[in-house]
Design a binder for this molecule. Sequence first.
Ligand code: HEC
Length: 119
Amino acid sequence: MKRIYGFASFVLVVAASAGLFQCSSGTKGVATGATCATGSTLTYATFGQAFMDKYCLECHAGKDKPDLSTLAAIQKERAEIMSTTAAGPTGTNTNMPEDAEPTVEERTQLGEWLACGAP
Ligand code: HEC
């Protein structure tokens, strides 16, 4: 009997590390229509860094690709972040993050910040 449990937990560990239980869900690839508002005050310092720290870096700072731990890395991934995470007047993407839930307002701010070029 003990052996069966041993084997079962081995299977669980293998399945988990193969990512079989990692089901990212939610909307992805929707056009948000986000634009850069004139006079937008959103910057890495006032918004982006704290947002990433709160919702993304648990996974995207070495563990999972893409790396989002620096502003330069974020700027390179702007389109992908927009299509997985951001919101705007025409749509909301909720594919990322995988567990914590930013509010639609936060996703909309993210959309605006990205549309401004993630300054
Ligand atoms: C719990 C872990 C976890 C968190 C938190 C998380 N991600 Fe991810 N993310 C993943 C994994 C795993 C993948 C790769 C597999 C996948 O696409 O599901 C991924 C993939 C991505 C991709 C690439 C998707 C593509 O289609 O190219 C982007 C962009 C991304 N995440 C952005 C973010 C952003 C932005 C946040 C924070 C708002 C975030 N993620 C939070 C685990 C996470």
